[in-house]
Design a protein around this ligand. Structure first.
Ligand SMILES: Nc1ncnc2c1ncn2[C@@H]1O[C@H](COP(=O)(O)OP(=O)(O)OP(=O)(O)O)[C@@H](O)[C@H]1O
Ligand SMILES: [Mg+2]
Length: 238
């Protein structure tokens, strides 16, 4: 199997790691049959690719065999963003679905153990005929037998129909919501569109939350520790 190297993958800080741990634990409890998961959001830049990579990496570190599929066939930036390099031409999903290459040419092991990658290969203007063809759902079913988890990094559900087409072939959707950016109406429209595919929405990932904007700081610095202080004072009067 050929190697794809991620040259830019910054480690998460403590709170980031905890948040991704929680997402991955919840995913692991979604059921054995939930193996093909599409990650989408309402808009571009919400953090779908970022979350896809972090979730794949976290699951791989837990010993799960994970395949990340770059399913943004129109405008993928996963390869450039993470500085992914391969020896020779990078072939991917588009080459496979168009019949130019076999699976052995398009799935790469990476420099992270248990973490395999199926890149796009090349962007195309109209991916619907490829995503609509039985070859795509057959491929996902085949890969779900080979891997513990198959994650698909999709385009935004609000802008193009691709994510819904992909969801049709998956066991669950993870919706990334960008804090203070995603509007309620957009969310409702996305939910409706995804529900029509019959693919269950497993949950939402609230992304880009500043630590100060939620009550975590209050919880850790004030409430929790001040209660602890009260308890300590009451029980240690002398
Ligand atoms: N939780 C996060 N922490 C730090 N950086 C983040 C986080 N989420 C997203 N980013 C950064 O925000 C930018 C946009 O994220 P990303 O590319 O994942 O969005 P996207 O939803 O995949 O966009 P597109 O629809 O264009 O593919 C990237 O530079 C990414 O590294
Ligand atoms: Mg993306």
């Amino acid at each position: 199997m050929k190697l794809a190297q991620f040259r830019r993958l910054n480690p998460l800080d403590y709170s980031g790691t905890e948040a991704v741990n929680t997402i991955c634990s919840n995913l692991s409890f979604s059921g054995r049959h939930v193996r093909k998961i599409v990650i989408t959001s309402c808009n571009s830049g919400d953090g779908k690719s970022y979350m896809s990579v972090q979730i794949a990496y976290n699951l791989a570190q837990r010993g799960k065999r994970v395949l990340l599929i770059d399913a943004d066939l129109r405008k993928s930036n996963l390869v450039s963003r993470y500085g992914i390099t391969t020896d020779g031409e990078m072939t991917g999903l588009v080459h496979y679905l168009a019949g130019y290459n076999g699976l052995e040419d398009v799935i790469y092991r990476t420099n992270m153990e248990n973490f395999h990658l199926l890149p796009v290969g090349r962007d195309i203007a109209n991916p619907i005929p490829l995503l609509d063809a039985p070859a795509f759902s057959d491929l996902l079913n085949f890969l779900a037998e080979k891997y513990d988890m198959v994650l698909l990094d999709a385009p935004p559900v609000g802008l193009v129909i691709d994510a819904a087409e992909i969801a049709r072939c998956c066991d669950g959707v993870l919706l990334v919501v960008k804090h203070s950016h995603t509007h309620r109406k957009e969310m409702q429209a996305a939910k409706q569109q995804l529900e029509q595919t019959g693919c269950p929405i497993l949950g939402c990932v609230l992304n880009d939350v500043s630590f100060d904007s939620i009550s975590a700081k209050k919880y850790y610095n004030k409430s929790y520790y001040s209660h602890y202080g009260d308890y300590y004072r009451k029980n240690n009067k002398d």
